[in-house]
Design a protein around this ligand. Structure first.
Ligand code: ZN
Length: 374
């Protein structure tokens, strides 16, 4: 087929990695699909846990789910974008179910299959290496590649006066933290907030809490460099969980009440328990950290029930990508959402180094820059 395109992609062939850079072939975009020339793709915890098979996405697979790039070719039925448009690629959703049609595509009834299924809904894939199919369509994109096939529904057209290489993380990690605060928990002005875990998601939540007008914002982490950055981004207090009792410090900082809202982004059930304990009466704890499937957490039932506390699971910040991503870009351009402070760029060939730096906590948000086409 002459409409095929050649790309370089990072392929995971076995549980635990590594990412291998390979030459791949992509089919032409089908009816409602869009081929995007990827400029840069953010790396997120979810890429690592799928590489390590916490979630059983079939291998070999091309991961990457925070892509940003330029539309190169569109399927016959596509009207939303045209070649040359700048896009951020968000998660995949059906657009038709009761949750999608009521503004909650992050909770789409087909979310798991469409994002973790390893191919299109019909089981086909668009990518091949040496004549053999590779699993793809990871989060409707598989964007650790110089080219990605997305769908019309999950590409978000963005303004062209912003550095495109910076924008990919708005498709997942940054939106997750900001959306947890602005869309899911809807933190009101004057409230108190604690981020348990101050990685890219927690720090995005801290920036959003400042935007929302929270007056006490507490960052909890074990890395001093992250706590320092948290202060620069809007935190009013920090807690080093390695040496301090987070619940105690939070009680002291809030006149012994606890916080109105907390966000757990570490995926550690022990920290989740602390986050619930640190809540004030009628407080809400959002949960975005993902431990391995089957992980259980403990909490004191009476400490939940009597004070009317709530625990709320949150995916993708409950965002409608076409609405939320352009809003975050406008806030960034106004200097009110400086998420660029979290990123560090790597070349595609350095992708394993990026993963290592991220897992060590040295890099908050790696962005993989794609080289020019061969
Ligand atoms: Zn749906």
């Amino acid at each position: 087929m002459s409409d095929q395109a050649q790309a370089r992609a990072a392929v995971v062939r076995q549980k635990g990695g590594p990412f291998q850079i390979e030459d791949v072939t992509l089919e032409a975009p089908r009816e409602s699909e869009v081929r995007v020339r990827i400029v840069a793709t953010g790396m997120c915890h979810t890429d690592m846990i799928v590489r390590d098979q916490f979630y059983a996405v079939p291998l070999p697979v091309v991961l990457g789910h925070e892509g940003a790039g330029i539309v190169e070719k569109v399927g016959r039925g596509v009207t939303k974008v045209v070649p040359g448009d700048h896009v951020v690629i968000a998660f995949a959703f059906c657009g038709k179910c009761d949750l999608c049609t009521t503004g909650h595509p992050a909770y789409c009834r087909e979310f798991y299959d469409r994002n973790f299924g390893g191919g299109r809904k019909d089981g086909s894939t668009a990518t091949q290496a040496q004549g053999k199919p590779l699993h793809d369509h990871f989060f409707g994109q598989s964007s650790f590649s110089t080219l990605a096939i997305a769908t019309e529904r999950n590409v978000v057209k963005v303004r062209k006066d912003v550095p495109l290489e910076l924008l990919g993380p708005l498709g997942c990690g940054i939106s997750t933290g900001a959306g947890a605060v602005l869309n899911s928990m809807r933190i009101p002005a004057g409230s108190t907030f604690a981020a348990f875990g101050s990685g890219a998601v927690g720090l995005s939540a801290i920036m959003a809490a400042r935007l929302a007008g929270a007056t006490t914002i507490i960052a909890v982490d074990v890395k001093p460099n992250r706590l320092q950055l948290a202060m620069a981004l809007g935190a009013t207090h920090t807690v080093n969980g390695a040496s301090e009792d987070a619940v105690k410090v939070i009680r002291t900082a809030t006149g012994s009440r606890g916080v109105d809202f907390a966000l757990e982004s570490t995926g550690n059930p022990r920290i989740l328990r602390q986050a619930v304990e640190a809540l004030d009466i009628l407080g809400t704890c959002g949960v975005v950290g993902a431990p391995p499937m089957g992980t259980e957490a403990a909490f004191d039932v009476n400490d939940l029930m009597v004070p009317g506390k709530r625990i709320q699971g949150i995916v993708e910040g409950d965002s409608v990508p076409d609405v939320f991503i352009p809003q975050l870009i406008d806030l960034f351009m106004q200097g009110r959402f400086p998420f660029d402070k979290l990123v560090k760029f790597y070349a595609l060939e350095q992708i394993n180094e990026a993963a290592k730096d991220s897992e060590k906590g040295d890099t908050l948000k790696p962005i993989i820059r794609m080289s020019r086409p061969a």
